[in-house]
Design a protein around this ligand. Structure first.
Ligand code: FPP
Length: 244
């Protein structure tokens, strides 16, 4: 980003935005098209929103691409989404790399196809020196699943004698979460008019601000993203304290 663009970065905006990208299916159905058509449009929208981040001062963007519950969808939709993730990595890798985006994946990789996991590892590796925007893609991710896996790893460390029960506090548990290198989200956005969290970043969002917008994800423009980020700047975050 050019130095003068950096100067125009809005003040008081969110540093870390997490997005539940909902509404792809309805977007496609309203056009008489299959659900995967909506997911493809949704993937194109991801690119626009990532590109908008530097000018908005958003350094961390975390997006919910596939939940631990999404396996319950039809085989056609699940395999179509997995193919879309592979295509996304192939098509976007070069642009992400040159735009200074560092990509990470969170979620349990155990159930994902080996080839996809290898591609995810490779994208994480080749972008690991980037620092302009940190894009985290939640894939086979569930908040409860993440906390459960963290607790299991913590229990193992205790079993091995490297920690004791006295070490167990919120800070120690956080170190075992998939997100351990990321700050907590400041703002969580959900598109499509649904006002629920759906198991996304449960631990990390304890003090996040939430914004539920009616727009379906494929229609969520960088302009609307900028408006939502700007409205965050007017919120009064207290983290449980009273105003001085
Ligand atoms: C929820 O909308 C969306 C998903 C489960 C998939 C999200 C995936 C993408 C936006 C595409 C690609 C992402 C990347 C990172 C390449 P829904 O299908 O549940 O919508 P509905 O509620 O209208 O049915």
């Amino acid at each position: 980003m050019a130095a003068d663009a950096q100067d125009k970065t809005p003040k008081g905006g969110p540093e870390h935005v997490a997005i539940i990208m909902d509404g792809n299916g309805r977007w496609a159905q309203s056009r008489g098209r299959p659900r995967l058509f909506g997911h493809q449009a949704g993937a194109r929208r991801v690119r626009d929103i990532v590109e908008a981040c530097p000018d908005l001062g958003v350094k961390y963007l975390t997006i919910f691409a596939f939940s631990t519950e999404n396996w319950k969808r039809t085989q056609t939709e699940v395999s179509g989404l997995m193919a879309l993730f592979r295509r996304y990595i192939v098509r976007e890798a070069r642009a992400l790399l040159s735009q200074g985006v560092r990509v990470r994946f969170i979620g349990d990789r155990i159930r994902l196809d080996e080839k996809l996991v290898a591609m995810m590892d490779e994208l994480e590796l080749i972008t690991s020196h980037n620092d302009l925007v940190h894009l985290t893609v939640a894939l086979n991710y569930g908040g409860r699943d993440e906390v459960t896996r963290a607790a299991k790893r913590l229990a193992y460390e205790i079993e091995q004698g490297r920690l004791t029960h006295k070490d167990v506090d919120a800070e120690t548990l956080s170190r075992f979460l998939d997100t351990h290198v990321l700050p907590d989200p400041d703002l969580v956005i959900r598109t499509s008019g649904e006002a629920r969290i759906s198991n996304f970043l449960l631990w990390q969002s304890a003090y996040a601000e939430y914004e539920f917008v009616d727009t379906l994800w494929p229609d969520f423009t960088p302009e609307e993203f900028a408006r939502v980020c700007a409205s965050y700047a007017h919120r009064d975050r207290r983290f449980g304290a009273v105003k001085a």
